[in-house]
Design a protein around this ligand. Sequence first.
Ligand code: ADP
Ligand code: MG
Length: 270
Amino acid sequence: MSNDLLEIRNLNVDYLLDKGEFRAVMDVTLSIGRGELFGLAGESGCGKSTIAYAITRLSKPPAWVASGEILFDGQNLLELPQGEMQKIRWKRIGMVFQSAMNSLNPLMRIDAQFHDVLHRHTGCSKSQSRQQAEAMFKLVGIPINRVCDYPHQFSGGMRQRIVIAICLALRPELIIMDEPTTALDVVVQREILEQVVDLQRTYGFSVLFITHDLHLMAQLCHRIGVMLKGELVEVGDVRQVSQAPAHDYTRKLWNAMPQLPGRHLAGAIA
Ligand SMILES: Nc1ncnc2c1ncn2[C@@H]1O[C@H](COP(=O)(O)OP(=O)(O)O)[C@@H](O)[C@H]1O
Ligand SMILES: [Mg+2]
């Protein structure tokens, strides 16, 4: 068994536009180990989300995966029949996007939304999903007596925690977090991410963490990849990429952002 959970090989993704095609992801090759927190950084528009959508096969026209392989646990996701992919999405590969907190159904109580997702993917009963919902609420630090509340009764940070809780309840092996906390203030952002690192230690899942904030990423991840205009220009251990970046652009990216004090959270891979 390969130690890599995800291997992206020579991935090319285009946007097919009226004025011609535009290659947004160019020949990207990267791998994420089991239990690894991998960060993908780069300025807005460099192709990070395009990769996240390609992995989960949620790319929508005009996006088009032109070529490459995306091996998840040895299986090329790009070749899987739609039905097989649906079984993997959410159950084995979870996703938390920037606007995820708005993806909760405003008309449904949270316990019902947990049940909806868990029942669909695992067939569990109402009482089982209620138990899961309470257990996950505890894990993400929300009082369990709030589990029957509606989304509007929670703050943005709490709603984002709930989405993470729903995602984790399915025990995915890989979680893709695309700017998961960008919409939140820095204190809440840090609290949530510290929690994700703690949960990662408990459950051992891998994370593809996407953000334009390199400093935050450096405190969180084991390895970092840096993208520039569709290309992955640097991949390395967090120490190497932060202390001795190989690419000039990485250096610029470090200098472009104010550094907030904080310790490295992720530690070594178990
Ligand atoms: N639906 C779309 N139609 C056309 N171009 C798009 C679309 N979505 C993204 N792009 C382009 O693809 C490039 C990469 O976008 P994206 O992956 O969203 O970047 P990032 O997540 O790094 O900010 C950008 O130049 C963006 O303008
Ligand atoms: Mg994006």
